[in-house]
Write a protein that binds this ligand. Structure first.
Ligand SMILES: *Cc1c(COP(=O)(O)O)cnc(C)c1O
Length: 376
């Protein structure tokens, strides 16, 4: 007999286990009563606990918490438009649309752009939100091997259609490596396609002032390029934004179902994100992140980490059990490092995914490296 208690019975025990971080204090979290230095957060700049960011959110909250309705009904607010303008200017695009989370942004964006006549060309390691957006759109999807632009070019040659879109992460979330965004744009031009780059992990972390991968490659603002960023990572807040031409963004305002049929983001999150943008532009935390990253990379050079120049530093371990055991051992020494296992990553590539933050101290990084020297 089926009821809701045995419906998910096939999910293995290890995947059901979740950590409860009961308290957060800057870069530390309390797990099961113990304080651990968190090396598994996407809060790359420490802005989620920055006093200015918290204060901005609090101030906005003192007037109103929930936005009450979709942006198209009565949930719109000048603050949203002001931040959209700032983001567009910062990244060099004509226009910007703020939506709910990155998941909602990608589901809605691809669904709005593509239908069953559209062909999508997608990197095999794209984030789940892009994969699901493609499914939701009903478009024909061609997946190319991770970063394999040669195979992508072949697929573009093979599958001719009026409307085609190349879709890729900027910085890849589980490997920390980067798409060759210039080459992707070149292919988009050559084969008359659009290009979507989701740089959720790159915006705020990549480039001297954190403007992200497409800005570093000087292609942001191109009319073939649509870019997605989020507030949930380096911005320390919650929500997401899409950047593109005026016409594109206006079209999305009318058509993107995950925005039209969903409650607008709470203003506290917008105020926090706006405050975070100001801090990112001053680049103090961004340079600290880069210093921490260089220090970590130098110290772990001999330990067999994956090649990554970004704040995501994975160490492939192989088996699920081994990854979990190492994660537990690290916790025993005061470090929280999540074991990432299939299906989030391919079979036999279970890994420890370290993420660096501007708020780690050099001492915390050194202590971690010392311990890693012993166990890796
Ligand atoms: C985290 C992430 C998302 C989802 O963003 P949320 O705001 O957390 O929903 C989308 N795309 C990529 C590449 C991500 O890493």
């Amino acid at each position: 007999m089926i009821d809701s208690r045995n419906w998910f019975a096939e999910i293995p025990e290890t995947r059901q286990r979740c950590f409860l971080a009961s308290q957060r204090n800057g870069v530390c979290i309390e797990v099961n009563g113990r304080t651990l230095v968190n090396f598994s957060s996407n809060d790359y700049l420490g802005l989620s606990t920055h006093p200015d960011v918290c204060m901005a959110a609090q101030k906005a909250c003192s007037v109103m918490v929930g936005s009450g309705a979709s942006r198209l009904v009565s949930g719109d607010d000048p603050m949203l438009h002001r931040l959209e303008e700032k983001l567009a200017r910062w990244k060099g695009y004509e226009a910007c649309l703020i939506t709910g989370s990155g998941m909602l942004a990608n589901l809605g964006l691809i669904q709005a752009l593509a239908d069953r006549h559209t062909h999508l060309f997608t990197d095999k390691l794209n984030h789940a939100s892009l994969v699901d957006g493609a499914r939701l759109s009903g478009a024909k999807t061609h997946r190319y091997a991770h970063l394999d632009t040669g195979q992508l070019a072949q697929q573009l040659q093979q599958h001719v259609a009026e409307k085609r879109i190349i879709v890729s992460d900027g910085v890849f979330s589980m490997d920390g490596d980067c798409a060759n965004v210039s080459l992707l744009l070149q292919l988009a031009e050559e084969y008359d396609a659009l290009l979507i780059i989701d740089d959720a992990h790159g915006i705020g972390t990549v480039g001297e002032s954190g403007t992200g991968l497409t800005s570093m490659h000087k292609i942001s603002g191109h009319a073939r390029l649509i870019e997605v960023g989020t507030f949930g990572k380096a911005f320390g807040s919650y929500g997401a934004f899409i950047l593109g031409t005026d016409e594109l963004i206006e079209g999305l305002r009318q058509r993107q179902r995950t925005m039209v049929y969903s409650t607008a983001l709470p203003l506290a999150m917008i105020a926090a994100a706006e405050s975070a943008l100001g801090l990112i532009q001053q680049a103090k935390q961004v340079s600290q992140l880069h210093r921490n990253l260089a220090h970590f990379k130098a110290g772990t050079a001999a330990l067999g980490f994956m090649a990554s120049d970004t704040a995501i530093q994975p160490l492939i371990v192989g088996s699920d059990t081994q990854a979990l055991a190492m994660s537990t051992a690290l916790a025993g020494h005061g470090f929280f490092v999540a074991a990432i296992r299939p299906p989030t990553v391919p079979e036999n590539t279970a890994r420890l995914r370290f993420t660096l933050s501007a708020s780690h101290s050099m001492e915390q990084i050194d202590t971690l490296i010392d311990y890693l020297m012993d166990i890796v």
